[in-house]
Design a protein around this ligand. Structure first.
Ligand code: SF4
Length: 337
């Protein structure tokens, strides 16, 4: 099948296609993690027929269905959330993907029953487990020991069936020494040697536009630090584009496409132009084009910047313009425009 707008691929070169889905179906969490602004109630997405239809459409268009994340709360904080995994339509979606993604602090360990059920029900499907770091505990020997023991136990029991990567909520001002401690944990325990950065505040409609802008900008030093430190595994300005690796979020009755802040973090935009009007691939392309219409650099330095194609390909200017953000190269500071 030909793509309706093949020229878009021509524009970005290699038509390597991978897609991830994020469904907001989990509720209630008492972990109280610092800088977690997720709404922990009223995440009511259960219409997995929509996920199925869109997944099949992406597959027809030669996309690899990489990870289907079920979010936003910690999977092990209450068993009630597990009912998603017994939903027949969810099962048919899950089987189309390579991974099911879930997140946990592991503060109460992990639930073997649900893992065992999962691997029995979905042979061949793997779990991508984001282990959310407890910010206040980072650097404490007891915490490092706890992580070491728990993650070793998971690896021993489940081997390659579970892919573990560490995750951190954005929102704090970090000292270099603290970031070095996080880097050390990532190098020890993240299998992909990457750190997932969670911009949880973007999903909270009770946080103002100005505060969201401030929090995104305050993340620059962290992006800068990890972009630099993890260059071997994930180049800061990598060539992953919004078209090559779209992230689709299913939240209540809406479906969203999220642009990317380099190096590779999706920024959820709760705006009409970032929503799919229908559950099909054409609607994804239409939304992509609407984002493209907003993806125009307003700052002069972008025109001659060596990183232009990366920022452009990710749709970053649509975020930058909406929140009046400075250039990413200028770590945490205004660029004078
Ligand atoms: S100047 Fe900054 S925002 Fe503009 S293209 Fe370069 S890195 Fe991106």
């Amino acid at each position: 099948m030909n793509l309706p707008v093949e020229n878009l691929y021509a524009k970005f070169g290699d038509p390597y296609r991978v897609v991830e889905f994020r469904a907001f179906s989990f509720n209630t969490c008492r972990a109280g993690c610092k800088n977690c602004f997720y709404q922990k109630t009223n995440n009511e997405f259960y219409d997995f027929q929509k996920c199925y239809d869109l997944a099949v459409d992406f597959k027809k268009n030669h996309y690899t269905l990489e990870t289907f994340y079920i979010l936003p709360t910690d999977i092990f904080e209450n068993d009630f959330n597990y009912r998603v995994f017994y939903d027949e339509k969810f099962k048919s979606v899950a089987k189309l993907f390579n991974y099911i993604g879930v997140a946990s602090t592991l503060r109460h360990g992990f639930d073997e029953k649900i893992f065992d059920y999962f691997f029995h029900e979905f042979p061949g499907l793997k779990i991508e487990l984001h282990v959310n770091l407890l910010e206040e505990e980072i650097g404490k020997p007891d915490y490092v020991q706890f992580l070491s023991q728990t993650l070793t136990q998971i690896k021993t029991q489940y081997g390659d069936q579970i892919l573990i990567n560490l995750a951190l909520n954005i929102g704090s001002q970090w000292q270099t020494g603290q970031l070095n401690q996080v880097k050390h944990l990532v190098s020890e325990y993240s299998q992909d040697k990457i750190l997932e950065l969670n911009f949880t505040f973007m999903f909270n409609d009770k946080i103002s536009y100005a505060e969201k802008a401030r929090l995104i900008e305050s993340s620059y030093p962290v992006l800068e630090y990890f972009g630099r430190e993890f260059q071997k595994t994930e180049r800061r300005f990598n060539s992953r584009t919004l078209l090559r690796k779209p992230s689709i979020t299913f939240k209540n009755d809406r479906i969203y496409l999220s642009p990317i802040i380099p190096f590779d973090e999706y920024i959820f935009m709760d705006e009409p132009d970032f929503q799919l009007s229908e559950t099909n691939f054409d609607s994804f392309l239409t939304t992509y084009q609407k984002i493209e219409a907003k993806n125009i650099p307003q700052r002069q330095e972008c025109q001659s910047c060596e990183h232009f194609e990366y920022c452009y390909g990710k749709g970053f200017f649509s975020i930058m313009n909406h929140y009046n953000l400075p250039c990413l190269k200028v770590c945490g500071g205004k660029n004078g425009n």
